[in-house]
Design a protein around this ligand. Structure first.
Ligand SMILES: [Zn+2]
Length: 229
């Protein structure tokens, strides 16, 4: 009954087993709306994980990078409901409030260049480290942590260091990161932006009142994307 679609992932599977770069996915059904209705700011990571797990066939969803996850969520919204996504904004020139209809299918998508390797090697004052991209599974674990959640987040992305072995437990890695110069932490966390592969949440606009134009930030609003009532 459900129609299956094959999707090419923006990350091109650089971080996945066997570099799997396509997945099979189906559009939303009534049961998925029931699941999405439970969405609250406290369970975002886990709800989207459960949704994708029920829609994606041949892949361990916890391993998805955040860019691929966003790409799939927007694909589900666009192909299950509508590609038209209303975004309201205030014109910075004439201060009129306008509504722009963003076409979700026309958002720019950054795809991984073939030359890029993940994990990424980063130079720090304690030697070279290998850093991977954050995943859906990471987001779920991070959402359970209250203290030191930022250090915990970056600790999860560290794989190896070249000149000393990384502590084996994540608690020790968090302590280790807590003693590092902040310049090293910057280098480690910058990997997530520099190697982001997924949709760009921005769209061109032109103010209907004064003609001023530019790029509009497109906010990720699940209640509008998924028609939550
Ligand atoms: Zn204007």
């Amino acid at each position: 009954m459900e129609q299956k679609f094959t999707i090419n992932l923006p990350s091109k599977g650089k971080q996945y087993p066997n570099n799997q770069s396509t997945i099979s996915i189906s559009t939303l059904v009534g049961d998925d709306e029931e699941l999405l209705a439970e969405l609250s700011k406290h369970n975002v990571a886990n709800t989207f994980y459960r949704l994708l797990e029920s829609k994606v066939d041949n892949f361990d969803v916890k391993q998805l990078t955040l860019g691929d996850e966003l790409y799939l969520l927007l694909w589900l919204a666009s192909n299950s409901y509508s590609n038209e996504y209303p975004v309201s904004y205030v014109c910075p020139e004439c201060e009129t409030r306008n509504e722009s209809i963003v076409d979700l299918n026309k958002l720019e998508v950054i795809s991984a260049p073939d030359s890029v390797n993940i994990p990424v090697t980063v130079d720090t004052s304690f030697g070279k480290v290998a850093v991977r991209l954050l995943t859906v599974g990471d987001e779920i674990e991070i959402s359970k942590i209250k203290e030191k959640s930022q250090l915990y987040k970056w600790a999860r992305t560290l794989i190896t260091t070249s000149n000393r072995s990384l502590p084996t437990s994540i608690t020790e890695v968090v302590e280790y990161l807590g003693k590092l110069p902040v310049s090293d932490l910057v280098a480690i966390r910058e990997v997530q932006d520099k190697y982001y592969y997924g949709p760009k949440l921005e769209s061109p606009y032109e103010c209907p009142s004064c003609g001023f134009g530019g790029m509009l930030n497109v906010p990720f609003r699940p209640n509008i994307l998924f028609r939550l009532v």
